[in-house]
Structure formats: C-alpha cells, structure tokens
Design a protein around this ligand. Sequence first.
Ligand SMILES: Cc1ncc(COP(=O)(O)O)c(C=O)c1O
Length: 439
Amino acid sequence: MALDRPTPNDLRAFWMPFTANRQFKASPRMFVGARDMHYTTAEGRQVLDGTAGLWCCNAGHCRPKITEAVQKQVAELDYAPAFQMGHPIAFELANRIIDIAPEGIDHVFYTNSGSESVETALKIAIAYHRARGDGARTRLIGRERGYHGVNFGGISVGGIVNNRKMFGTMLGGVDHLPHTHLPENAWTKGQPEHGANLADDLERIVALHGAETIAACIVEPVAGSTGVLLPPRGYLERLREICTKHGILLIFDEVITGFGRLGSPFAAQHFDVLPDMMTTAKGLTNGVIPMGAVLTTGAVHDAFMQGPEHMIELFHGYTYSGNPIACAAGLATLETYAEEGLFDRCAEIAPYWEEALHSLRDARHVIDIRNMGLIGAVELEPIPGAPTKRAFSAFLKAYEKGILIRTTGDIIAMSPPLIIERAQVDELIGTLRDVLDNL
Ligand SMILES: Cc1ncc(COP(=O)(O)O)c(C=O)c1O
C-alpha cells in the first residue's frame, strides 16, 4: 500500500535496522544530541551512554577535535576518487593506524563498515592463496555464535541463527568451530580457565576437508554482539598454532575490540597473538563517519604485488574507500585517543568496572556475569517460552531511568566510552540493579 505523503513526524517510511519496528514506532525513543558520556533525548532528558553508541564512540560524543577536523575537511576536499587516484590524508591515516598496530601488521585496506571489512578480508584470503598458486584453498572457517556483520560472507562464517536462517544457503565451502561459552566458566572475571582445547576442533575440520582446501579461519578475539563470549586462556594461541601449521590465514575480527576496548590498541596485542589480518571499523573514526579498515601483514600484501606494474593487483574496493572526510575523522580520533591516553585509561579503570559489574551477582534474574577491558555482560534467566523478552524489558526500563544498555537474546551487553568516570560506572551499575530488581 502506498504511504501518504510523509510529514516530518511520520515514522512509517524509515524501515529501521535490527529494530522491533512496530514496537518502536508505537513508542519512539529519539536522541537529538550528545556530548561526552551522555545523549539528550527529544524530551530533553540526559541518558548515560553505557554502550558507546554501538561499541563505536570510544572517545565519547561530539569531541571537539574530531568535529573540527570533519568540518575543515568537508570544506577543503570533499571527495577524491578512490580508484587510481590518491589524497594525502588517506596515506597519513594508514601510517598512523600501523603505528599502533601489532608489529608485523603493516598494510591497510579501507572499507566503510565492519561488514565490508569482513567481506574484504575473506576475499583477500582466498585471493592470497590463488596469487601464490594455491587456488584450491577457498574454504572459510568461522565459529558458532560468531558475529561478522550482515553481508553474505559475514553471515556465512558467522554463527548467530537469527542472522542466518532467513537468507538462504549463503556461501558454500564454510565450516564452523564450536563456540567457547562453557557453563563451567560462569561468573569468571576476565579470561576463563576452561576451553582452550576447543581450538583443537580446527584439527578435526582440517582432517575432514584437507588443509589444502582451507583459506582462512576468522574469529572475534572477544565476541561482542553475540553476548560477550571470552576466549579461554590459551585458546587464541592454540588457534594460531594450528593455522600456522596448516598454512591457514588467521583473521581476527577486531571491529569491537580494536581501538582500546581491552586497554590495548587491539586485542591482538592484549592477547599477544598475531593474526594475518585484522578487520576493524567503529572506533576507527569514533563512530562519527562510517569507515572500516582491513589490516594485513606484509606477507599477505606482498603476495599480490606481482605481474606487470600497470595492472591492478586486487580487483576489490569501494567508492568510499579512504573517503577524505572519514580519513580526517580517523586521524583526529587517533590523535584524541593518544592525547588523552584513552587506551591506558581503559586498562586503569577496567578493574573498577569488573568489581562494579560483578556486584550485580545477587541482583534478580542474573545467571552469569562476564567482563574484560571495558566490556561487560549480565546474562538474565529467560522467561520460559518468551526468550529475549526479559532483557528487552530491561532495556526499555533502563532507558526510562536514564541509562543506555544493549541486549542480545537475554544478555545485557555494555561497552561504555573509554572516558567513563568511576562515579558514572557506579551510576550505570546502580541504575541497572534498580532496573533488574523491579523487573
Ligand atoms: C565483530 C564484528 N564484526 C563486524 C561487525 C559489523 O560491523 P558494521 O555494523 O559496521 O557492518 C560488527 C558489528 O557489531 C562486529 O561486532
């Protein structure tokens, strides 16, 4: 049915992403402003941001340096073709990213989102083997409960059933490791003890398909969107060993762990495990302008640098890869992180965050709590026969009481900006207790 001519307050035309559209439009929640740790609602209320937007505003909101950089850039060079032409700050930003990346990661391929970073990394992995004359390696290994964005490659290697089941057969040649979320690790503070052996399942997959058919294995070092699943001690190290042994590229999806969330620039440094590629987005520009990047080792990049010099080496890229305004936002964001020491700040406040979060252990409905860096999850017992409903009610009540949290299934996930103060941690956790106790 055709819509009436929309009025400014008509909410029907916008089909909202990952949203209960009918519930929202019956009872809208609108943000009209933001600064530092807070959003302002359309009614003029302040809401404490417990999620850094969507895991992206790591330096908080409307930070002056980033705002000014974007304003200046848009007036100076708004757009430059991404293919066969360059502009200086795309190169400068790549260098600054490499400055904070783990030793051994030294090239940057720009995208516009986490999903595009994942597609790009998967394509580079397959093409890398082919460029080296190993073209049978096309199989991709993901993990149950993994989230790698919403494009076809990402949902194929991903493992969240609702993100997959409506969308047909997806990519062929994909297999999945088991997830690492074990009941014996409940209530763990930081990295859990049990489950490193789950990485050995990669050996089973290799035995089943043959290493010579496998291009890459992709995992989130800490899985976020699926409800905060932490890597057991020794697990990532073991995955690295098995991938190296069999010539399989290891991809860390660092879309949420990148840019300080664990107290190091990237999770690769936090866990001291070097992947062959890392996918990033979100915190790269503090969420201000859409941008992502795939970071690779020299070995991956150099495999493509062959053949006649006038030939394009990788037939892949986006109109907005390395967009000047996004690059300006990225540079100003990295400067803000460095000037304010925000990655160290995250590491400093993480123990306080951990204690505050685990103080909810005796709150109503709570069946598990887990944390790392400035990430926290509070898992609720589902209402029998109505999964997700309890957590969604908590989300709505929390918003009414002035805090922004995020839910996935019956898990509350929090990831505040790295500028959060202790008093704001107390406010967030105290309000959440109140919400849970009155649910
Ligand atoms: C690990 C991971 N990969 C990929 C994505 C997708 O990023 P985007 O929504 O920017 O496409 C996300 C988003 O939350 C993510 O957490």
